[in-house]
Design a protein around this ligand. Structure first.
Ligand SMILES: [Zn+2]
Ligand SMILES: [Zn+2]
Length: 404
């Protein structure tokens, strides 16, 4: 193994062998499948069962995997083949990752390269290469403050939907920093456990605002746009009100309105807001028809929908990163924090695993970043002495090597 990988492996080893390292016990471990990625050999060991948590800790200390997962599902026989495991239920999990949120920064700091033909691009990695059709890419991604802040906003929307529309209590909603550039939300309760993939799909559709009904038939001839006072209808109603109240010209253009509509919307703003809030029925405002309302509603829906990775929540056999373990792409750990601390929890402090010492590294390219409150970088082809956590992160992200 080359020196830089060896260095990271060494640090991971220290973390997993340190008795003071806290790895919180997963609920019902004896019924979950555990899996881990081998650090050196790069293959995934799956279908493991650890009836006793101390055996799991011993495995971590001995094997030192680069990434550790457990199933969201509960099985009669976690060690058996997939079709013989005996599915007993699954937690409901949500994954919010900057990978799925189009931010203005990912064009700046994210790159991908097709492993087959070498096609290169910036921004969110494509599903398939436009040149050769391959789906394998080498990626170089970064997590900046804007990435984290964008993901945080999506979590806030998700929490609002789950608490206010589904009625989950704060204590049932467990929020984690994922260890990279996103968040996980776990719900482990009796009610959700037995939901099948289809039921989970319905929850997902609701969360992303798919198929919201906004039209009511009123009388025989007229179909009017109407919003009720609950759930998505209320969210749209309040959203449109706030949007119209504060919209500047550029906001209306961004929402897709032409100059004529723009003037009309500005001119009749007060009437529209009144209709929207007091009467709930939106019709009879000259020049503002169904099309306009629908466009407004669609714009607000897009803004209020939580951008989750939909595949994760509907997969009833999903493996998810284990709380307290390290992320192989950052050296940060997955860590839980109280939902009320969403806005203040700083992953680059709270998820740091390596707190002592420094290391000398040759950095090829890194933007400015903050680690445990200390501003570092930007670096370009230079040798620097960095706190271990920063050195490990840059090496994991293939932006630095151990310097002699
Ligand atoms: Zn290609
Ligand atoms: Zn970013």
């Amino acid at each position: 193994m080359e020196a830089s990988r060896e260095f990271v492996y060494q640090k991971f080893t220290e973390y997993y062998q340190d008795p003071s390292t806290v790895i919180p016990v997963t609920s019902m471990p004896e019924q979950r499948e555990f899996a881990y990625l081998m650090f050196k050999e790069r293959f995934m060991v799956r279908h493991k069962r650890f009836a006793e948590f101390k055996n799991f800790r011993a495995m971590l200390a001995e094997t030192v995997p680069s990434d550790v997962y457990h199933s969201c599902a509960y099985y009669e026989n976690p060690e058996a083949d997939m079709d013989k495991k005996g599915w007993m239920g699954s937690d409901l999990v949500f994954d919010i990752d900057a990978d799925h949120i189009p931010t203005s920064c990912n064009k700046i700091h994210d790159e991908f390269k097709c492993m087959k033909c070498g096609f290169e691009g910036r921004g969110i990695t494509l599903e398939e290469c436009p040149c050769c059709g391959s789906t394998k890419f080498e990626t170089k991604i970064w997590a900046c403050d804007l990435c984290i802040q964008s993901a945080r906003e999506e979590v806030a929307k998700l929490l609002d939907l789950l608490e206010n529309d589904f009625g989950f209590s704060q204590s049932e909603l467990r929020v984690f920093f994922s260890g990279h550039r996103g968040y996980h939300l776990h719900i482990e309760n009796e009610t959700v456990r037995s939901l099948d993939a289809l039921a989970r799909k319905e929850i997902v559709d609701y969360v992303i605002g798919l198929g919201i009904k906004t039209f009511d038939k009123k009388g025989k001839t007229s179909v009017k746009f109407r919003l009720h006072d609950f759930g998505w209808n209320r969210r749209l109603k309040m959203g449109i009100k706030s949007f119209l109240s504060n919209a500047r010209q550029e906001d209306l253009i961004k929402a897709g309105f032409d100059t004529r509509k723009l003037e009309l919307l500005t001119e009749k703003k007060d009437t529209l807001i009144e209709r929207c809030l007091d009467e709930g029925y939106w019709a009879g405002v000259m020049g503002i028809g169904e099309g306009t309302w629908m466009r407004l509603a669609e714009y607000i829906r897009e803004e209020k929908a939580a951008k989750i990775d939909t595949v994760v929540s509907t997969d009833i056999h999903r493996l998810i990163r284990m709380n307290g373990t390290l992320h192989g792409k950052t050296g940060l750990k997955k860590v839980e924090f109280p939902t009320k601390d969403l806005q203040t929890f700083d992953p680059f402090t709270g998820a740091v695993a390596f707190k002592k010492g420094t290391a000398k590294v040759l950095v090829s390219d890194a933007p400015e970043f903050i680690m445990r409150g200390e501003t570092l970088g930007p670096y370009k082809n230079q040798t620097v002495e960095l706190p271990i956590a920063a050195a490990v992160m840059l090496i994991c992200k293939k932006r630095a090597q151990v310097a002699n």
